[in-house]
Design a protein. Structure first.
Length: 202
């Protein structure tokens, strides 16, 4: 479950404990920093199917609101939801076939008023972790469907990591942990690492 589902669409009210009991096998995953849908999905779909028509191409009206979609310092949330979904589905298939029991994940931490608890960077505490929130270069958040991110300044990134190369090294380490713990397939790891390498130098 994305953070958008948990925070914006009532997922918090549907929490239950994970279970390995026969007849009641269950896993719930809350992805820290992930909205309900992201620009990553569109980019990957268009890269794979370059001639694919969108609803806009087919004449669907554009949604018009009085509120800008993003504030001046906000960018579309590009969390790679599909990579984590691929890992979850692989774990589920293996569980059904008796190959492996899927990992259990922590829930996103909440405050007394049920709001999301955040760290010093404004990113969620708890939940399924990833380099996007554990080796961050932005604050990732959820609002309605798309969510947003607020990129860190060059000065903040230098203070956190010293250099772009050291940041990439940390992303590589965190991504290898994701693969080892079976949160994502090994075949998808390179995309997270390549995204880090292609990020703005500092």
């Amino acid at each position: 479950m994305s953070m958008g589902d948990y925070a914006s669409f009532g997922g918090l009210n549907n929490r239950r404990e994970d279970s390995d009991a026969p007849g009641s096998k269950y896993r719930m995953y809350e992805l820290a920093g992930a909205p309900h849908t992201t620009v990553w999905q569109r980019r990957r779909r268009m890269a794979k199917f370059p001639g694919l028509l969108t609803t806009r191409d087919m004449g669907a009206p554009r949604q018009v609101t009085d509120r800008p979609r993003f504030a001046e310092n906000e960018k579309p949330n590009d969390f790679p939801l599909g990579i984590f979904f691929a890992g979850a589905f692989q774990n589920m298939f293996d569980w059904v076939r008796g190959i492996n029991v899927p990992p259990k994940g922590d829930r996103i931490a909440t405050n007394a008023d049920s709001s999301t608890k955040v760290d010093e960077h404004g990113n969620p505490v708890g939940g399924i972790r990833s380099p996007y929130v554990d080796v961050p270069i932005a604050t990732y958040n959820s609002r309605e469907l798309m969510g947003y991110k607020i990129p860190f300044t060059v000065g903040k990134k230098k203070k956190l990591y010293g250099s772009h190369a050291r940041y990439v090294d940390k992303v590589v380490q965190a991504t290898e942990t994701l693969v080892k713990e079976r949160w994502i397939p090994s075949s998808e790891a390179s995309e997270i690492i390549d995204t880090a390498k292609a990020s703005e130098p500092f």
